[in-house]
Design a protein. Structure first.
Length: 522
């Protein structure tokens, strides 16, 4: 169970009356609710279920905190039906609606009531917006200040000690109790503030953040880009009311448990980070063992990589003679200084360019709204886990003349990001399902395609380059603003070469082990 799940479970136990025992001498919540109704009447709330309509003849509106802090409506809150009751509560508790326990209930000032000129850098009165409600408290850092002149015109929105302020936009879980320090501050446009009677405000806060309350509000909150809490909905929220003394005991129990849950959460975060690190390190260690010839045993009958390299050279010479591939400049011999580790005797070192038909940069085509051809760019398509065509662009069909027939990507091609801060050197293996109706996928100028000769396992080559991705990231040349990984640099890159059969066994072993690393990382 995660710390979040544990906290939610604890709050749910609390609001269901299961966290602390009931004590008969603490009375009955029905009597408390009746006292609350009398208190509401003394403040001008004219009906038992309804919200104050401001028309009680015994109390003038001026006697209340403010006319604007009263929800002015003649409608009564409906009785709670059996269908609305989500769980059983103790006999000494009772259900009511949130609107029944409030003696003031309002939103902050409308946006049209505050203008840029009303804010000051210093000497003003703090305005509490949802961004300032953090971890159940009001955070004064980065708070906006309203001028003293404007403050005098916004007295209807002044916060009192023990008011509850909640976000009505964005994250609806945000809720705080106004302390003596924040008394006299202003409620912001994106907030509700309410004053309860007969309720321990700390109990209200833990109830409001419980999964029951949040599910009720989020199910009917309205909004487009963000949730917006409707005042009518908030007033109808069913509230499981315990006797006041029990509310305080529940709060004390929660405050005892919460530090333990927070500590558990810290340990959980540390464990997740450790597991992720272990998963990454284990994956790297597997690839490192693989390219050093330590992941699978060597089998003499599988031959020698030096012979394989000679076959590749002969095949390349044939293809050059047939003008199927271009002749490249001779690559230098590998020096001892370039060899990073020992490999098995039947392996050999070679340069990437020696075993590839092509190491070729893509072109810069023109794009169209739609066509039968796609091109992908380095930042959006070559991902850490592979290649994603979801953000590929359509090619202008006239641009296809710039490409040769062999430029069309084929299954098994390796693609490397050639530009881009933080993404250069990122390696992808093209084994992607081409969208229906697309005739071809072509690299653009931000990527380089590596296509090996037939008797090299592309998956093995991909894993070798994947392991060396941090090295490739540092191989860029050019100015600071436009560093690029050139094909010539890739061709010169030194790699360990096993016999073909062993390459296949190495790939099979890697692909069996890597999913286990993913599980470990989670």
């Amino acid at each position: 169970m995660t710390a979040k799940d544990l906290k939610n479970a604890l709050l749910q136990e609390a609001v269901q009356g299961k966290l602390v025992p009931q004590i008969a001498s603490e009375g009955n919540a029905r009597d408390l609710l009746e006292e609350i109704r009398k208190e509401r009447l003394s403040h001008g709330f004219a009906n038992s279920y309804g919200i104050c309509d401001g028309k009680d003849k015994k109390t003038k509106k001026s006697d209340l905190r403010s006319k604007s802090q009263i929800s002015v409506t003649k409608k009564e809150l409906p009785e709670i039906t059996e269908e609305e009751i989500p769980f059983e509560i103790p006999e000494s508790w009772c259900w009511c609606r949130l609107g029944e326990i409030c003696v003031s209930f309002s939103t902050g000032p409308f946006g049209t009531m505050l203008h840029k000129a009303d804010y000051v850098e210093k000497g003003g009165v703090p305005l509490v917006n949802p961004a300032n409600i953090k971890n159940g408290y009001i955070d004064p850092s980065n708070i906006k200040l309203v001028s003293r002149e404007k403050y005098s015109a916004l007295q209807a929105y002044v916060l009192a000690e023990d008011d509850v302020i909640i976000a009505r936009r964005g994250d609806l879980r945000k809720c705080a109790v106004v302390s003596a320090k924040e008394k006299g501050w202003l409620a912001g446009t994106g907030a509700f503030f309410l004053h309860t009677t007969g309720i321990d405000t700390s109990f209200f806060k833990l109830f409001y953040t419980s999964s029951f309350a949040q599910n009720f509000l989020l199910s009917d909150s309205i909004g487009t880009t963000m949730d917006n809490l409707n005042q009518s909905l908030l007033s109808r929220l069913p509230f499981p009311l315990p006797p006041l003394a029990e509310q305080k005991r529940i709060v004390a129990a929660i405050e005892k448990f919460m530090p333990l849950i927070e500590e558990y959460g810290k340990r959980e975060t540390e464990l997740k980070a450790f597991n992720k690190q272990i998963g990454t390190l284990t994956k790297k260690a597997i690839l490192q063992e693989a390219v050093q010839g330590k992941l699978v045993p060597q089998i003499p009958a599988e031959g020698n990589a030096k012979d394989l390299l000679e076959e590749i050279k002969k095949e390349k010479a044939k293809l050059i003679k047939e003008e199927k591939i271009k002749k490249e400049k001779t690559l230098p011999e590998i020096s001892d200084d370039e060899i990073p580790f020992d490999i098995p005797e039947n392996w050999c070192w070679c340069r990437l360019g020696e075993i590839c038909n092509e190491i070729k940069r893509g072109k810069s085509p023109k794009y169209a709204d739609k066509s039968n051809f796609l091109a992908f760019a380095q930042k959006c398509n070559v991902k850490t886990g592979g290649i994603d065509l979801g953000l590929a662009l359509y090619l202008d069909e006239n641009s296809i003349t710039r490409y040769s027939e062999t430029d069309n990507l084929v299954q098994g091609d390796i693609v490397i990001n050639s530009t881009g801060g933080g993404t250069m050197g990122r390696v992808g293996l093209y084994e992607t399902q081409v969208p229906a109706g697309i005739k071809g996928v072509y690299p653009d100028s931000h990527v380089t395609v590596i296509r090996s000769i037939g008797n090299i396992n592309q998956h093995y080559l991909y894993y070798v380059l994947k392991l060396n991705q941090p090295v490739l990231e540092k191989c860029g040349t050019g100015s600071t603003n436009q560093t690029e990984l050139k094909p010539a640099v890739l061709a010169d890159f030194v790699i360990p070469l096993p016999p073909l059969a062993e390459q296949k066994r190495i790939v099979a072993a890697i692909e069996k082990l890597l999913p286990l690393c993913e599980k470990l990382g989670k």
